[in-house]
Design a protein around this ligand. Structure first.
Ligand SMILES: O=P(O)(O)O[C@H]1O[C@H](CO)[C@@H](O)[C@H]1O
Ligand SMILES: O=c1cc[nH]c(=O)[nH]1
Length: 317
């Protein structure tokens, strides 16, 4: 596992002591340095009102997911898994002053909700990356733990994303900036994906694959569903699209992975996407699985995360 402390390089016959540079979180915005104060509006945090370094400087793992309740449950679960002292009911929402996002901190783990879809997670990521930068965090790993629709997989399978692709199966994210389209790569960290797959093999009953994840801008028509309020295509056309997606290596469909991958990559954050599949889209569109089964499915990426984090922290040694 990766060392958490600075790595000392002993150089024989040399008085100097070198440290390998930590991978710090970058922001790619020259305007930020000249700002006297930075207000992270949707978190209800700011550089003048909060000491971000003392609040967040020790963060090494950030897990994000759509729902506030899921991310609270994950924080409580991690609190127990890491054997931290105190009551899990005392874990407070750091963003309680706003109802846009929820944020919980347990030791070196930050758990944050991002809502649904690219615009929602993108706003959250702008503020999260600035928060990690202001807090002078280093060696941070960011993981989205979510749900998705499977493409030719048994429901409940966990998919670790190889490439995050758009609706045309391209590994890129397009953002319109000042009326022009900017295209950014969605490449994720291949070593991290392999490390997570290895962790999955060490956990019983956690069916896991690596595959491409398609990110769409809609849950219904945008994912080829026949059960929305609008539908402009036939069942055969839907299945043809899913077959093409499958041929392009797509194993699951969700709504945030491309922008998540693109933003993390540019800012020097090692990132992964781990989503459980709730259904097989070749079999249907409605999520009709009983609630308790869905709850158990949602816990699968969390179990994988706990194993991964504990392994990285050397808690199994
Ligand atoms: O389960 P989460 O992480 O919210 O993500 C998935 O679920 C939502 C749709 O139900 C979309 O946001 C999709 O990406
Ligand atoms: O089919 C699904 C299930 C969860 N999330 C999605 O985006 N699609």
């Amino acid at each position: 596992h990766q060392a958490m402390a600075p790595i000392l390089l002993e150089s024989v016959g040399n008085e100097r002591t070198d440290y390998i540079e930590h991978e710090v979180v970058h922001v790619k915005n020259p305007h930020l340095d000249s700002m006297e104060e930075d207000i992270l509006y949707h978190f209800n945090l700011g550089t003048k009102t909060h000491n971000l370094q003392s609040m967040f400087g020790d963060i090494k793992f950030v897990c994000v997911g759509g729902s506030g309740n899921r991310m609270k449950a994950f924080a409580q679960f991690m609190h127990r898994e890491l054997g931290l002292i105190g009551d899990t009911t005392d874990i407070e929402d750091i963003c309680a002053g706003t109802d846009r996002y929820s944020m919980y901190k347990v030791g070196p783990v930050l758990s944050i909700s991002h809502g649904m879809g690219v615009p929602s997670i993108s706003i959250m990521l702008h503020e999260l990356i600035k928060l990690l930068y202001h807090a002078k965090c280093s060696d941070v790993t960011l993981i989205r733990i979510g749900t998705s629709g499977g493409v030719g997989l048994e429901p409940g399978t966990v998919v670790i994303t190889d490439r995050a692709v758009d609706s045309f199966f391209r590994p890129q994210f397009e953002q319109v900036v000042l009326g022009k389209v900017i295209v950014r790569s969605t490449e994720l960290d291949a070593n991290l994906a392999q490390e997570l797959l290895q962790c999955a093999t060490e956990i019983p009953n956690l069916p896991t694959v690596i595959g491409n994840t398609m990110c769409t801008h809609d849950f219904y028509e945008g994912q080829g569903r026949l059960d929305g309020a609008l539908c402009s295509f036939s069942t055969e056309e839907k299945l043809e699209y899913l077959r093409k997606a499958h041929e392009a290596g797509v194993r699951n469909i969700e709504m945030e992975s491309t922008v998540f991958a693109a933003m993390c990559r540019i800012c020097g954050l090692k990132a992964a996407v781990v989503c459980v599949t709730l259904l097989d889209r070749f079999e249907g569109d409605q999520i009709s699985t009983p609630h308790d089964v869905l709850t158990e499915y949602q816990q699968r990426p969390q179990c994988l995360m706990s194993h991964f984090i504990k392994k990285r922290l050397g808690l199994f040694d």
